[in-house]
Design a protein around this ligand. Sequence first.
Ligand code: 8YV
Length: 328
Amino acid sequence: MNHSLRHELPRVLVARAVFPDIIDPLRGVADVETTPDDDICTPAVLRQRLADKHGAFITGSERIDAALLDACPQLKIISTMTVGVDHIDLAACAERGVTVTHAPDVLTETTADFGFALLLAAARQVGDAERFLRAGQWKKWSVDLFAGADVHGSVLGIVGMGRIGQAIARRAAHGFNMRVLYHNRTPLQAHIEQALGAEYRSLPDLLRQSQHVLLALPYSPAAHHLVGAAELAQMQAGATLVNIARGGVVDEAALAHALHSGQLGAAGLDVFEGEPAVNPVLLSAPRLVLTPHIASSSIPTRRAMAQLAVDNLLAVLQGQPPLTPVTG
Ligand code: 8YV
């Protein structure tokens, strides 16, 4: 009897290894297939594993497109534990009536912390300095040893002034006495601008007027290589560029060139165009801090992201409205 009842339950794939105590409550309402080995499914394997499923718990590593959806006709909900949804074809999901949920808010402050960590590490050359010391190259203190740029009191330009951009602006204005410029598809409401102490600029003006530029915008085809050779040339000589958005926003070859030529003072990247592969031109570029897409990676935040993804699945599978659907 129990056995036949279980077959009435909706079927869910948890596509990566996730905190088991957070996944467990799903078992009360669904037949759950997990991925204990944490291997990333190839598109063919994902299609095969999702073919009979009603719900999917995914991360940014699983690509959801029309062909996959067509092979999974019972799918009702895709729940990603990320805030970014550029790995999901939202139009194809909407056409097929598949709900998409994501994980905003819970990662905002942790991701903003890391954006600031990368900014500080890049501007103050923490990566190069550490490698120099570990390589036994530190023979004497000297006046200009890894002398970088100041962060406090400087001008920060934030491209993408959503939740994460705003959390970075608060740190900059209130913690580091910085002047904050921002560029966004839509300017913020005046009272929000005022509270943040942030000033709207066109992208070219922001690039020209900022000593440090931080990218925190969602990826879309329109944002592809938003920062390329022409934009890097508009930046102040010696400026810093930090990317915590998506790799595709920056032309990596142009960035490496600007670091080699000295036009760009420093850069910090947490995201890459072909990640987890990293363009070799970046590996040999100077004054560049590279991290493996970890901006949201604190234990409490990764747990909160997973929890929200599970809560969204639980809600939809039980006929409730999702907590954090992807809108627009
Ligand atoms: C994730 C992110 O760690 O939420 C997002 O959009 O970029 C990160 O928080 C990453 O996408 C996990 O795959």
